[in-house]
Design a protein around this ligand. Structure first.
Ligand SMILES: [Zn+2]
Ligand SMILES: [Zn+2]
Length: 366
């Protein structure tokens, strides 16, 4: 017998009608033969198995709808990772050029010896902190779970890598691998932020924000002078009928004013934007969470609240202890040698297991 599409459609519609009659009728007095009911049940199972999931909710539907956008962002981030890094290096170098060529001679010629010493020591400490932490954040691997058979406890399986995932491990779609204690994928580093380089990332954010705030405050008066000089010059060009004419700006003066305005605007904007991001990460560190865990913990808190229970983050050791664990501070002198000075020490723990507290009585989870 030849199976044409029209015939198949007719059979399908007939089955649907029969099944509806069967549903409407009493189960015990069903008029449909057993074989039809079995076929119907089998077809329903087939269709259900294609899309049905007990975990399907509005979040999953939204994620599925947004999947093309996520895919495009991931692709662009992967392709243009090196471009973002080059852009950051070029912008930072341009600000350094303005500081060294334009601002520093002014500071040396006009400020007192104590102010010159302050600017020289603070500025160079800040610069060393930025360069060191950026280099380490980009060149340090975030940490990867073992792919070979092992006895490390795990919480789930990664469906993409087909390996067990230890606690706090998540899959990065851009790196296409699992990352230990993954925080996020940073395009400005062209690297994932995870267990082994999160401290470098955070210290880079702090030192870059401090550097931008320093440039913004130090260059504020110069910016106001440069802005008014450019404004007066522009107005004088417009008002050619005016009897009062200001002398035209020399190319050197114009470049001087323009570079000061460029430096002040860029550092002020970055100080606000990066400062906000840094404060957000500081809040997460205080809570013993990563960016991904913040989202997951919020969902879990709401779910358990509905059940009348309170959710507790098992990686929260208390605010001060969280900072000690994060920064690797094990004794008082480490606040100087490991926090205020560049330090390449490895973080506490291996990123695979999180039973740090049994060895340290002062770090019991709260
Ligand atoms: Zn994975
Ligand atoms: Zn990544």
């Amino acid at each position: 017998m030849r199976l044409c599409p029209t015939f198949l459609l007719q059979r399908w519609l007939w089955l649907c009608v029969c099944a509806r009659q069967w549903h409407c009728s009493n189960g015990n007095n069903c008029r449909l033969p057993l074989c039809v009911r079995q076929i119907w049940a089998y077809l329903r199972l087939m269709v259900d198995s294609l899309y049905y999931n007990t975990l399907t909710n509005s979040d999953v539907v939204m994620d599925s709808l947004m999947e093309p956008i996520f895919w495009m962002v991931d692709l662009l981030t992967r392709r243009f990772g090196a471009v973002f890094v080059c852009l950051l290096v070029i912008l930072t170098t341009s600000i350094l050029l303005v500081v060294y060529v334009v601002m520093l001679p002014l500071i040396i010629n006009t400020y007192s010896a104590s102010w010159i010493a302050w600017h020289m020591s603070y500025g160079h400490w800040n610069l060393v902190m930025i360069v060191f932490h950026y280099y380490k954040a980009t060149n340090t691997g975030p940490g990867y779970p073992p792919t070979m058979k092992n006895s490390i406890p795990f919480v789930s399986m990664c469906k993409k890598c087909i390996i067990p995932k230890p606690a706090r491990t998540h899959h990065c779609a851009i790196c296409n691998t699992c990352i230990l204690k993954m925080d996020h994928h940073c395009p400005w580093l062209n690297n994932c932020v995870g267990h082994f380089n999160q401290r470098y990332f955070f210290c880079f954010c702090v030192s870059m924000t401090l550097g931008c705030v320093y440039c913004s405050i130090s260059g504020r008066n110069l910016f106001l002078d440069a802005y008014s000089a450019i404004e007066v010059h522009t107005n004088s060009l417009r008002e050619t009928w005016s009897t009062y004419q200001t002398p035209p700006l020399m190319f050197r003066d114009k470049m001087f004013h323009t570079s000061i305005i460029y430096m002040w605007v860029l550092t002020s904007v970055v100080a606000v934007a990066l400062g906000g991001l840094t404060i957000w990460h500081a809040v997460l560190i205080s809570r013993g969470e990563t960016s991904i865990e913040r989202h997951l913990n919020n969902k879990e808190t709401k779910r358990m609240r509905k059940c009348g229970k309170v959710y507790k983050n098992s990686f929260n050791y208390g605010r001060l202890n969280n900072w000690k664990v994060f920064l690797g501070v094990e004794k008082k002198s480490h606040w100087l040698t490991r926090v205020l000075l560049p330090s390449g020490h490895v973080p506490i723990g291996n990123g695979l297991t999180w039973d740090i507290y049994p060895f340290r009585k002062d770090m019991m989870p709260v």
